[in-house]
Design a protein around this ligand. Sequence first.
Ligand code: BGC
Length: 377
Amino acid sequence: MKTSTLFTTTLLILALLFTSCTRQESTMTKQSFGKTPDGTEVFLYTLRNKDGMEARITNYGGIVVSLLVKDRAGKLADVVLGFDSLASYIKDTPYFGALVGRYGNRIGKGEFQLAGVKYTLAKNNGANHLHGGLKGFDKVVWSVDEKASVPGESLVLTYLSRDGEEGYPGNLAVRVVYSVTNDNALRIDYSASTDKVTVVNLTHHSYFNLAGAGSSAILDHELFIDAGRFTPVDSGLIPTGELKSVVGTPMDFTAQTAIGARINENYEQLQKGGGYDHNWVLNKPLASMELAARVYEKSSGRTMEVLTSEPGLQFYSGNFLNGTHVGKGGVKYQHRYGFCLETQHFPDSPNKPGFPTTVLEPGKTYSSTTIYRFSTK
Ligand code: BGC
């Protein structure tokens, strides 16, 4: 082969290699997930670690669409409930995988007072306000800070919630960083600042099933929650204000227990929630980053640990799932096919002076971190 031909061939090979690498890179990290009804295109970002753990996240609602985690044999399965298409998320979702705000969980009667001013929010859950209102952070298109994101490793989402949005005061600038780390964790770092005194309580709403999404109910999953107390609720699931001891009740998960072991007991709080749908008061010191809960699923060997800087944890046993949501792969999500562990400040804190405060003042930064870490046993 002539030197010039060899040179051209080498260049051609290098060029081909380069395009295939870049193409692979871009399809691996970002692809279209369709358009919202107003024509805004949203994307699906893939984060993957060295071990093959993979999260696919869309900037519509900051939703974790899938989360692939290995079982004890090294086989990956998707451990979160969700839909195949953006249209399904837009049509009707019980907050599958979403970022929830401005206030995760309930605010009684959709009202609160701040600095002498009364604020009225949407009542989108009976007489109460739930998960930020009619169009919470789960239903907005987040901006992606591509410069700050690390392709394949972290995704930086930002959203400016305008003064008065859903009835809340203050322009709130929110930043959420999702990362898939090499110790097999999905890490979520939240921060926010405001120009007027407001309330903030951000959380993440994945429904987990460690045996694989859509495979079965989660009643055999064994749960540990490091909490000696919980916040009992009224019939509208608004805390009464009491911090009640879990001792001697089916709310005691201080020793690892199957979720289904006591869920049907004749216990008033379980009846009010239709199962578990309560906030646990974590034992750890306020704002310190510690283990809050652990879940173990026998058949797969998967374990999930939840670490958080938040003082509370909403354990929701998927009581409102009833087979009407057709999830990924056409599978119907039946009663209790997924559970949520939502790290948070306590529900209705704006109306409960005794609870840790959710007030954010101008000049201060809200910050919160939660880690869902996976391993096998
Ligand atoms: C709440 C449940 C609610 C679910 C879906 C959970 O955070 O605690 O009561 O049904 O979200 O909206």
